[in-house]
Design a protein around this ligand. Structure first.
Ligand SMILES: Nc1ncnc2c1ncn2[C@@H]1O[C@H](COP(=O)(O)OP(=O)(O)OP(=O)(O)O)[C@@H](O)[C@H]1O
Length: 273
């Protein structure tokens, strides 16, 4: 009987001159970050290469301290790299997050003095879009995240999961080239976290926004990703680039399937190596 190959396609080496890097929405090339303290240089990560294709949802998973947040902050433009470059649509990123890179963080980052609708409109008003366009876009994205009836509420009246949905609406209302998410569901209880994972998959299918999300939750990364990067520590480096061969439509109980468990075993092994 013919053996079915269930191994995810994995690559140990990323050649940053390859076609995948040329067609990428986001390309990270030969990126290194070092800190110098009292004359001693410490490397956080070295020679990171990764690419995210248009409309991909990619998670980067790694143990605590491997440099995930540092990497995402450099991609966002919040930190300078020591060496290497970050390109969005083949243009080198130099400054703070602009409309090309939307950010969603773990902590709730809504402005408490603004209503939900005003929070979502925040980036649009900075860009001085006409008021009617702002209003139309705000209500469109509130509908997308299912919070239209909370438009006039203040953040303190919302649950943690609802706050993160507003933060996501605020980020995608700016129509960024790529949405960068730093452990966005890390502060939520297990049940709300799973609801938001399902929500994010539906949102991605609906909007096809390109997403790079970092997490230390292996199950979350596998459940959400079309492809995922596994990062190792000391110094941080990309150990695996894995295509996740699961159906695009994913119910939560897919986490119990043999295919899912097999991928999880491989990721955990890569993290332990
Ligand atoms: N300003 C800094 N100066 C010196 N070292 C730093 C600085 N910022 C981060 N580091 C170090 O860089 C390493 C990576 O930190 P980072 O927060 O990026 O890891 P992480 O993978 O996101 O961890 P976690 O999942 O726990 O958030 C850590 O060892 C940290 O101590």
């Amino acid at each position: 009987m013919q053996q079915i190959d269930r191994q995810p396609k994995t690559f140990r080496y990323q050649d940053s001159a390859s076609e995948a890097f040329r067609s990428a929405k986001l390309a990270v090339k030969s990126l290194s970050k070092e800190y110098t303290s009292q004359g001693k240089v410490t490397s956080v990560f070295d020679n990171i290469n990764l690419h995210i294709q248009p409309r991909e949802l990619v998670c980067l998973v790694g143990a605590s301290g491997c440099g995930k947040s540092t990497l995402l902050n450099i991609i966002a433009g919040l930190l300078p790299p020591t060496r290497g470059e970050v390109l969005v649509d083949q243009i080198c990123v130099t400054g703070r997050p602009g409309s090309d890179r939307g950010m969603v963080f773990q902590g709730y980052t809504l402005y408490p003095w603004l209503t939900v609708a005003q929070n979502v409109a925040f980036g649009l008003s900075l860009r001085k879009l006409p008021k009617a366009v702002q209003r139309e876009r705000v209500f469109h994205f509130l509908e997308v995240v299912g919070l239209t009836q909370f438009a006039d509420a203040y953040p303190k009246a919302l649950s943690g999961g609802m706050k993160q949905r507003v933060a996501i609406a605020r980020a995608i209302a700016n129509e960024p080239a790529i949405l960068l998410m730093d452990e966005p569901f890390g502060a939520l209880d297990a049940q709300t976290k799973e609801q938001l994972q399902q929500f994010l998959l539906r949102l991605w299918e609906q909007t096809h926004v390109t997403i790079l999300m970092i997490t230390h939750d292996v199950e979350e990364a596998i459940y959400l990703s079309q492809r995922m990067y596994v990062m190792q520590a000391h110094p941080g480096r990309i150990a695996r680039d894995m295509t996740i061969d699961l159906p695009t439509e994913r119910a939560l109980d897919i986490k119990l399937s043999p295919e899912f468990v097999d991928i999880k075993r491989q990721v955990l092994q890569a993290l332990r190596e």
